[in-house]
Write a protein that binds this ligand. Sequence first.
Ligand SMILES: CSCCC(=O)/C(O)=C/O
Ligand SMILES: [Fe+2]
Length: 202
Amino acid sequence: MRMSNTIHLRKGSDGEHRDLEAWLYRPTDEDRRLPHQHFPNQLISPLHLTELGVMHWEIDADNWQTDPTFLRVKSEQGYVFTETITVAPGALDEYEKKTHHFFQEHLHPYEESRLILEGSGYWDIRDYNDDWIRFRVCKGDMVTLPPGMYHRFTVDINDFIKAVLLFKETPTRVDILRPDGDDTQARKEYITNVLDKYNRRL
Ligand SMILES: CSCCC(=O)/C(O)=C/O
Ligand SMILES: [Fe+2]
């Protein structure tokens, strides 16, 4: 569902709600930390992200541990473990190696769930037709990518993001690069449960 070049705001039950800003990624060899938008920009609707399985909530990042939305989502989704990560030069060991790794197309056999406490960055996710969709996250965004969804992550030109990682089970990372992820149960279930539901095919 491609949209015109406008930013859409809609009201949530708790007041003004800011949707994730998402657009069709323009593939170039430029710095991955740049927005990579087409001209004119081709925005992607929140519904499109939802259909692909992305979930988004807004959290009071300064008081996240007591934020009612955070507590509700944590309970509903069954998150048990949390870890905090700061992705910034000097704050993350092996910054270059790890940021290169985050930007390699991969999937996880579990939900990727992150709450952004400070800073900003971009997730790229694969559309039905294998195009990249990029969405921006900043302070207060809590996002979840479903198990089996191919994606990658980069900081933006500010080179700084601090996030809470939420896990349902063990907080050990399992990153499976494409195409190795194709044969995983998580990938098969993603295609069946998420893509087939909307009669979409990769
Ligand atoms: C901002 S969280 C670090 C990136 C990450 O953990 C991941 O898996 C990206 O896809
Ligand atoms: Fe990931």
